[in-house]
Design a protein around this ligand. Sequence first.
Ligand code: GSH
Length: 221
Amino acid sequence: MIKLYEFPLSPFCRKVKVVLYEKNIPFASVFVDLFKGATKAEEYLKLNPFGRVPVLIDGETVLYESTVINEYLEEKFPNPPLLPKDPVKRAKARMMDEAFDNYFMGALGPIFTEKFMKPAGQANEAGIRENTAKLDGVLRVLEKELEGKDYLAGEFSLGDIGFAVQLPRAESMFGLKLDGYLRVQAWLKRITSRPAYQKSEPSAEFMKGFQETMAKMRGSA
Ligand SMILES: N[C@@H](CCC(=O)N[C@@H](CS)C(=O)NCC(=O)O)C(=O)O
């Protein structure tokens, strides 16, 4: 059976999990405790020398990088398809996934560090504002992309998944405002109501533990 090494809150892990569930691929989840530095352990580095989650193991095949893992799953398990047939729409789906990884997560990562990793009161507020403005810029792009379309590439695809798993989290944990982005809100509703999406949500128990650990870390940082 396929194994997914994951940290449930990681959007890169959730990108892969949504695909596994959408395609009804059975898999076993292996919890990688980022708080305990598990990605830097010698055994883990044999799987991913860059020390990140997710890692997917399929028989003898060991893969890392969420985008590549999802392309692999799409090729090996083509049904239901998560990339459009039309080459232009396929390119759009891939562009949107890249935009998520690079521009959205590229701005959210530094906000996470400032807001959650620094001791209370020591966050670089100017840095947070600057990166929040970048996130807002990405939302403007999405709103425009969704003009006349239900999904970013015209049909539900790999291009929607990263954004859809992380936008609600960015709203609840980072205070990102979706007000005024009406197409984005409607599109999110369409995706978040999918059973595969819902199954990929971290459990309430995990979230409670996560919040307690973050609070302890900030208190003692
Ligand atoms: N480009 C990678 C990014 C993976 C990544 O950054 N994962 C983070 C969690 S969201 C991680 O493993 N961090 C652990 C660490 O840096 O030690 C992908 O798409 O899989």
